[in-house]
Design a protein around this ligand. Sequence first.
Ligand code: 8YV
Length: 323
Amino acid sequence: MKKHVVVYKKLSAPLMERLQAQAEVTFIDDVKGEGLARLRDALPGAHGLLGASLRIDSSLLDLAPALEVISSVSVGIDNYDVEELTRRGIQLTHTPDVLTETTADTGFALLMATARRVVELAAMVRAGQWQANIGPAHFGTDVHGKTLGIVGMGRIGQALAQRGHCGFNMPVLYHSHRPRPEADERFGARHCSLDELLAGADFVCLTLPLTEQTRGLIGERELGLMKPGAILVNIARGPVVDEPALIAALEQGRIRGAGLDVFTQEPVATDSPLLRMANVVATPHIGSATEETREAMAACAVDNLLAVLAGQPPANPANRLPS
Ligand code: 8YV
């Protein structure tokens, strides 16, 4: 008897066929909209869920008494009440590693684009306003040789450190819950306090997960410790930053700029002051969003899901069920 799986993130045809060969699949699109009602209707018979970007809490879990596994197409697991899933004996899996390099590429792209004012100046050219040689009013700031500060030195943070140190000769400071000797050695990195990092870095890059401990970590006090010419890059989660405090710091020129791929509310409100500032580069949560990486993530999520439904340990567990 095939298990029943509810998929709420579009899969490529080969992956959907692979899943359908081993499970009864219900695909539901647009769970942020009218699809949520259809998802709720499908939960009572579901043994597995596969998707991303949907908050799954007890109100949904109560509708799914047969649920065995949630396979998230993401490395971040802040959309899930992990303790509640564990209490209910539901395995959560995620997709680390396959997205590390792509997400670090996104972080460095945002760092470069913000430092060199690429988006602002490209828009000037497109608008036909390039009328003379570029002068001081349009200068950016150098990246090579500047100090790279990384908050959260996991896989993505270390990949970012590699780009900065090996590619741009940047000294690397990092703040993490523990020192990473391998990063110290490979990237000439130095573990330090958050305050020391904020005061010393020219680029402050956030790569840490969103937890109750990291929510609001970068607030008015922390932004006030940053150098006036420093740039904040956020490829972690929007709520790690106190967004009103960031807006104030940017409006008052207390930091040079910000490269933001994540926001407290996503999609970001169209009337957000962040979208009116030339020194802010805002992208729509594209951290892992390449054809190759999103397909690799979805394949990893399908593998994780099928392993658990077959009674096997998944390659990427995100919680540990009592044995
Ligand atoms: C996307 C991410 O949210 O993996 C994560 O945690 O933030 C991004 O990769 C996710 O991939 C959505 O499918």
